[in-house]
Design a protein around this ligand. Structure first.
Ligand code: HEC
Length: 509
């Protein structure tokens, strides 16, 4: 018996020595890729997690916020990952959570600092490069420090005399601390100007939409933590001549006066666009058991249906409800009887709405039926209920009214769409040194068009070669070389894009 214990002891000692978790090698890649996008100075979250000291100092809070199954609310992500998957899913995998727990339990060792990946670039301006058209607010807007939400629409004229195909629309919030979410419309009427003229201040106040239906009412948008991407090749959007972009800002409550000056960057397509992004929306008209009315002190589930009229490739979905919204379950039943799960949200939170993009296009054949079930809780048990005392709630744009909108973004289906992959992270595929030519060959893949920086560092962390410096790089697999003449020993190859980072060891003999 004793012998067995001893053997076991050695066995475990061996495993844990081997599997020692250190900040530089194991934890930094997780936190930098999954948390630092919001948790950095100038980001939307209160605490910065951008180096060993900051993260070690917050370990107890991180345990509560991200690891404790009862408390867990970080990273914020609503869709049920046992139902369907999306690009940029903000969740820790079971393995990542285990590693953080083990790191904390083992005393939060820093490890070899040289192994630590660099932070993603967190560029202040555009994450995508040089825009073709930049639209800014005419003057900055003062969001008063009265702890109240504010919804303001600004009209940004494009001054374009001709239309352009667009391959990316990027919104850069002027003040991420107060930007709660942003919706863009595109309009060719004079309606928004008229609404603006009626008010003294810059822009006009409007909860929800724009106060009327513009040419496109869901042209683009921004939510905290969201990453802008180029559309896949051949797919695009369109900016109309003589149009204006309507910028609807939702400013979150702030205890102090804060100024905002948000910018919209538009990137034209440099390759032909064969398919334009289209949208359709499920609204109360599609509800089978309406009307859309939620009596005080009741919970209601509404069932909507929609039949697809030609072959589509579905790109993303965007559910929208206010504070009574609780659950969404949306799936497609194909003509052959198969079901595709689209999205399930078990605890809707108005604060973390998002545009949910699928990792691969989903084919919806003509005749597919979409089922969309949404549950609302107008009781006191819903702690988010804005109506105290309770009241009957109907459709409306105010925070105390409700909405049922489910947006789909799609393009007409084309053969091969099933293979288009969107988004993801950045990874080294292979880093190796060729002794005869004195070259280090670096193979890497990035999932998005992005600015890329690659460095070769020595075992002290000192940069010995700047391989690529903030270069605009297209998505896919790439290969580059660095001169390794005179290098000998352990080195670390480090790559960072606007939102992701990776680090890999290489031994040069
Ligand atoms: C999409 C943005 C975003 C991401 C990604 C994110 N957070 Fe947060 N985090 C926030 C915001 C915003 C807050 C402030 C509280 C709130 O609004 O819920 C916060 C609060 C916290 C807090 C509490 C701090 C306080 O002052 O109350 C901790 C701890 C935390 N986050 C840990 C994490 C960890 C760990 C990760 C990654 C695994 C992560 N967060 C990823 C946005 C984010």
């Amino acid at each position: 018996m004793r012998k067995v214990t001893a053997v076991l002891f050695f066995y475990f000692a061996f495993i844990s020595a081997k599997a020692q978790v250190t900040f530089s090698e194991n934890i930094a890649p997780i936190i930098y890729n999954k948390c630092s996008g919001c948790h950095h100075s100038g980001g939307i979250a209160p605490l910065p997690f951008t180096n060993y000291t900051e993260i070690k100092r917050s370990a107890a809070m991180i345990t509560l916020a991200a690891l404790d199954p009862k408390m867990r609310f970080m990273p914020p992500w609503m869709p049920d990952t046992t139902y369907s998957h999306f690009v940029d899913e903000r969740t820790l995998t079971a393995n990542e959570a285990e590693q953080i727990k083990k790191w904390i339990a083992d005393g939060m060792l820093e490890g070899n600092k040289a192994a630590e990946p660099e932070l993603p670039l967190f560029t202040k301006g555009s994450q995508l490069g040089k825009p073709d058209l930049t639209l800014g607010m005419k003057e900055s807007f003062l969001h008063k420090g009265n702890n109240k939400d504010e919804y303001q629409v600004f009209v940004l004229p494009t001054n374009l005399t001709e239309g352009h195909n667009v391959s990316a629309i990027e919104i850069v919030p002027g003040n991420p601390k107060i930007a709660h979410h942003i919706i863009l419309g595109l309009d060719t009427t004079q309606m928004a100007e008229k609404l603006d003229e009626k008010t003294n201040e810059y822009g006009y106040e409007q909860y929800g939409g724009f106060g009327f239906y513009p040419t496109y009412d869901n042209w683009s948008g921004w939510v905290p933590g969201n990453k802008t991407r180029y559309f896949p090749t051949g797919i695009g959007n369109y900016v109309l001549p003589h149009s204006k972009v309507l910028l609807q800002m939702h400013y979150g409550p702030s205890p102090i006066d804060a100024k905002d000056s948000t910018v919209v960057n538009i990137f034209y397509s440099h390759e032909p666009v064969t398919r334009f992004l289209k949208g359709w929306v499920l609204s109360p008209n599609d509800i089978k058991d309406g009307p859309f009315f939620i009596e005080a002190n009741t919970k209601r589930t509404f069932h909507a249906q929609f039949k697809v009229t030609s072959d589509y490739s579905l790109i993303s979905v965007t559910p929208h409800a206010h504070w009574l919204g609780k659950k969404w379950e949306v799936y497609a039943v194909h003509p052959n009887g198969d079901t595709t799960h689209l999205i399930r949200i078990n605890d809707w939170d108005f604060n973390w709405q998002n545009f949910f993009s699928f990792k691969k296009f989903i084919k919806l054949e003509k005749g597919t039926i979409i089922y969309c079930n949404a549950t609302y809780d107008n009781t006191e048990r819903n702690f988010r209920n804005p109506n105290k005392p309770l009241k009957n709630v109907m459709w409306g744009e105010s925070a105390k009214d409700e909405m049922f909108l489910f947006y789909f973004a799609y393009v007409p289906y084309q053969q091969g769409d099933e293979n288009i992959e969107i988004g993801g992270s950045v990874n080294f595929l292979n880093v190796m040194n060729d002794k005869t030519s004195n070259k280090t060959r670096i193979e890497y893949s990035i999932a998005d068009n992005s600015l890329v920086t690659i460095k070769l560092c020595d075992d002290k962390g000192k940069v010995v070669k700047q391989v690529i410096n903030n270069e605009q790089t297209s998505s896919g697999k790439h290969q580059t070389e660095a001169d390794s003449k005179g290098l000998k020993g352990i080195y670390w190859c480090k790559i960072s894009t606007a939102s992701f980072t990776d680090s890999k060891k290489i031994i040069i003999e």
